[in-house]
Design a protein around this ligand. Sequence first.
Ligand SMILES: Nc1nc2c(ncn2[C@@H]2O[C@H](COP(=O)(O)OP(=O)(O)OP(=O)(O)O)[C@@H](O)[C@H]2O)c(=O)[nH]1
Ligand SMILES: [Mg+2]
Length: 201
Amino acid sequence: MKDETTRPSIRSSDPTMQPNQNSNKMHFKVLIVGDSSVGKSALLLRFTEDQFTPLFTSTIGVDFKVKKVTMRETTDVKLSIWDTAGQERFRTIVASYYRGCDGVLLVYDIRDTVSFQSVERWYAEIGRYSYGNPSVVLVGTKCDQEDQRQVPMHEAQALALEMGIPWIETSSLTGHNVDEAFGLLVDSMVRKRTMQKDKAM
Ligand SMILES: Nc1nc2c(ncn2[C@@H]2O[C@H](COP(=O)(O)OP(=O)(O)OP(=O)(O)O)[C@@H](O)[C@H]2O)c(=O)[nH]1
Ligand SMILES: [Mg+2]
């Protein structure tokens, strides 16, 4: 698990607050992908509404939500988040949503080895369909269920290292590391966008 102190911090924007006077404004398209039932929709629900439901309603096609956050007090970030269906039968529809995305949360379930084995296939799909170089964060969900763990932390960490992307474990049940997972992604997307701007100047 990564050191808490090195994680980027994001906070939800308060709509009653005056806009940040010196802020940059950035808008990012984000996708959440991974096998069915790994907890993609639960992650989004916890992040956007701070809620959790134990019921499993498998996503049909894609769902969409917007969330505004502030990054390091200086950057107002709007996230358009596409929560995709993990079921095989939606694969073609989901593939059409990758194009132009800025960031992807690639999700597996720490209790399910098969979902972890699928990570490389999802990663290849991101490369194939995004037509860009999106930021990616590997997310192991359901870390509240340690007694049912099948995917050792060191294996996930090694895979993320190999792919050159950050890795984090979350629980949408408790909320543990959910903001941090999105924070890692936002941090990487902001850095990329800033570098592109600097190059263009
Ligand atoms: N204990 C625990 N259960 C979770 C967690 N995240 C999700 N779940 C449960 O796992 C089940 C599947 O979660 P979903 O978020 O619907 O899964 P999904 O990845 O969106 O699945 P598809 O839409 O079919 O692709 C639900 O019953 C959730 O309540 C978690 O962090 N901890
Ligand atoms: Mg879903």
